[in-house]
Write a protein that binds this ligand. Structure first.
Ligand code: EPZ
Length: 444
């Protein structure tokens, strides 16, 4: 599908101002906190909406920076994205001006790569920045590219960008991944919905956000089914229709607030909590000594008065313990009696943040990039620390809330990527948090 139109773009994301959180710790959190819509479901649904030219309406979309970045990318491509009400977005990708996902987006958000599959399937071509390059992190996207090639796409890599095209319609295929990949599964799934023929994806990720995406695609007229726990099958269609969808609750945000209640010695009720998606995590925190009572979609959390017990935890693809809840759980384990072992099996850079936790008084040994030992209970004290990424940032906030004294946490933009109104939610639970502007824009 050649396109003679000039190749230009003005992608000017608004500069993110550097901010810090000043936290007075040692206050027990009490009250009710609503769980927002899932970041990791909503981002994929915004991408899925580009599979049709008809209008799609998504509700319960979290108002977070990652959503804003993806919406900007879609709009810069000429796709209509309306925001008629809080947490509501409508997407109409009747046509596009050009198909380009810039480095600036990938630098802010790896999930921008989820546009590869749908744009390739719908429009037959896309130029998309490599979010896994050494500029940004070690997170490769080779499995996504392999899956697109299996579906008949031609993809070249030059100067940090993938140049993808599909001569004619993508073809259904047997997509076999060497390891479970959430977004790899989702990219293959999205592309397959418009491919010619039958596609099988295995081992397909089992995260609940994938099933929420499948539900949205089916409402768009896609023929998709999970035919075994780790197998997804798709019968490609020529076109999909617009649809409405209410995004599922964010299980990672919910888990983060469970830990907040426990480590501050408070009592917090989460409303709209996805209890059914928190199995492995709630098993762990219950073993440690967190009391969780449920009433419908309300979870009430309080610490066991007898204190916390050390445990060994291992992260794994769903239904195992989510790697995104590993760092919040680590904060809880700093307060547990004894030595806890954390085995992080998914990512090699998800323990580095514990150097900051050590500055707050935690007793941590990190023999290698996949193992950490926490000795507790350790008295946490306020410190000046820096957020390195989204989940580690939220975990430093948890540690600061539990610590005696004042902490200054730099890099607040990290948590704003994925936690809706996080400081307001903590303030409403009685925390003492102040946002401190640090003036200079954040380098993109
Ligand atoms: C998704 O990332 C989530 N992000 C992550 O949440 C989550 O931690 C992760 O799944 C859990 O596996 C979104 O959904 C936007 P993977 P994803 O592909 O899909 C390797 C958060 O904080 N791999 O499942 O990028 C990879 O390096 C984020 O919300 C390849 O080698 O993760 C990792 O070791 C952080 N090549 C493993 O597979 C590839 O092409 C699993 O990663 C792709 C992945």
């Amino acid at each position: 599908m050649a396109d003679a139109r000039p190749f230009h773009w003005e992608y000017q994301a608004p500069p993110v101002q550097r901010e810090a959180f000043r936290v007075e710790g040692g206050r027990a959190l009490r009250g009710v906190v609503p769980v927002s819509g899932s970041k990791n479901a909503a981002l994929k649904m915004l991408a899925a909406a580009t599979l049709t030219g008809e209008r799609c309406r998504l509700t319960n979309v979290p108002q977070i920076a990652d959503v804003a970045v993806l919406v900007d990318v879609l709009r810069d491509m000429g796709i209509v994205v309306d925001h008629p009400a809080p947490n509501t977005y409508e997407v109409a990708s009747g046509d596009v001006d050009w198909l380009f996902v810039p480095l600036e987006a990938a630098a802010k958000m790896r999930a921008s790569f989820i546009l590869l599959g749908p744009l390739l399937a719908r429009f037959g071509r896309v130029i998309i920045s490599n979010p896994g390059g050494d500029r940004i992190g070690r997170r490769p996207v080779n499995l996504h590219v392999d899956a697109m090639r299996a579906l008949g796409a031609e993809i070249e890599y030059r100067n940090g960008y993938y140049f993808a095209r599909s001569p004619g319609r993508l073809r259904g295929a047997d997509v076999v991944f060497p390891t479970v990949t959430v977004m790899g599964t989702e990219n293959a799934l999205l592309a397959a919905t418009l491919a010619d023929g039958h596609t099988t994806i295995r081992p397909a990720a089992q995260e609940p956000e994938v099933d929420d995406l499948i539900a949205f695609l089916v409402s768009m007229g896609a023929e998709v089914a999970r035919t075994a726990p780790d197998v997804i099958e798709v019968e490609g269609r020529r076109r999909l229709r617009g649809a409405d969808h209410h995004v599922m609750a964010d299980r990672i945000e919910a888990g983060t607030f469970v830990i907040a209640a426990a480590v501050t010695g408070g009592e917090v009720t989460l409303t709209g909590a996805p209890r059914e998606h928190l199995g492995a995590f709630l098993d762990v925190v219950t073993d440690v000594g967190v009391e969780v009572t449920e009433e419908g979609d309300h979870l009430t959390v309080r610490p066991d008065p007898r204190g916390f017990r050390a445990v060994d935890i291992t992260t794994a693809p769903y239904p195992g313990l989510a790697t995104d809840l590993q760092s919040p759980t680590a904060v809880l384990l700093t307060q547990a009696q004894g030595t806890s072992h954390i085995h992080e099996t998914i990512f090699e850079d998800r323990l580095e943040w514990m150097e900051e936790l050590r500055r707050m008084g935690a007793s941590v040994d990190i023999p290698d990039t996949h193992h950490a030992y926490l000795h507790g209970p350790a008295r946490l004290h306020g410190a000046e620390v820096e957020m390195s990424d989204l989940r580690a940032g939220a975990s430093l906030m948890l540690a600061a809330l539990a610590a005696e004294g004042t902490s200054l946490i730099h890099g607040a933009h990290q948590v704003r990527r994925g936690y809706e109104n996080i400081e307001t939610k903590f303030l409403d639970l009685g925390a003492s948090i102040e946002v401190v502007s640090e003036g200079s824009p954040v380098p993109s």
